[in-house]
Design a protein around this ligand. Structure first.
Ligand code: GRF
Length: 191
């Protein structure tokens, strides 16, 4: 199975997925990184692992359909089966969603449907919730609204800083995301 990872930022989940492949825990090829931000740290991570990278600048295209059509072409030419969003900061439109229906997943740092959108950890701290967590879900055209595949909770302690919570969340993400992707691929195989 060939996977494309879409990411905009630091790329810690990208790294965790690549490492799971290298350990043999995730049986897939990470064939492509697609990044919408020139200079994002994730690009260097892909280069270190010799993973093909497409960096695009959305605003040079006429509209979203135009850049998404180009991305679909990049994925098709590499026989991409699954798209994994890992900190990709853009909503997907029909040009990408249609050809990859039920084959695009995302990870979000809250227990959805609580705290969708940006700064989910900050939102959780503002509400003073004691439990938050991580959700892996299929992607639809909404903001973090697609069908939930798996979730895991973490506790927020009284004196936890935002950084403490982020660390707990990311530790879960880095283990959970490769596991969920692997089980999706295994399910797909047995169909
Ligand atoms: C993660 O917390 C993920 O849940 C969210 O964006 C963050 C990406 O972090 N969608 P990184 O770039 O993988 O380090």
């Amino acid at each position: 199975r060939n996977i494309a990872i879409f990411a905009s930022g630091a790329g810690s989940n990208f790294d965790a997925i690549v490492q799971a492949v290298e350990r043999g825990d995730l049986e897939a090829n990470i064939s492509l990184l697609i990044c919408d931000r020139v200079g994002a740290p994730v690009i260097e991570k892909a280069q270190r692992h010799d993973i093909d990278t497409v960096v695009f600048t959305p605003k040079v295209y006429e509209n979203k359909a135009a850049y998404e059509a180009a991305l679909v072409e990049d994925c098709r030419s590499r026989n991409i089966d699954y798209i994994v969003l890992a900190g990709y900061m853009r909503l997907l439109g029909p040009t990408l969603l249609k050809p990859y229906q039920n084959r695009i997943v995302n990870i979000h740092p809250s227990l959805l449907p609580a705290f969708p959108g940006k700064d989910a950890i900050g939102q959780a701290l503002d509400k003073k919730v004691k439990v938050t967590g991580v959700t892996v879900h299929f992607v639809d055209d909404g903001m973090d609204t697609g069908p939930i595949i798996d979730q895991e909770a973490i506790r927020i302690k009284e004196d936890d800083t935002e950084e403490d919570v982020k660390q707990k969340i990311q530790a879960v993400e880095h283990r959970l995301y490769p596991e969920v992707i692997q089980s999706l691929l295994v399910k797909e195989e047995s169909k």
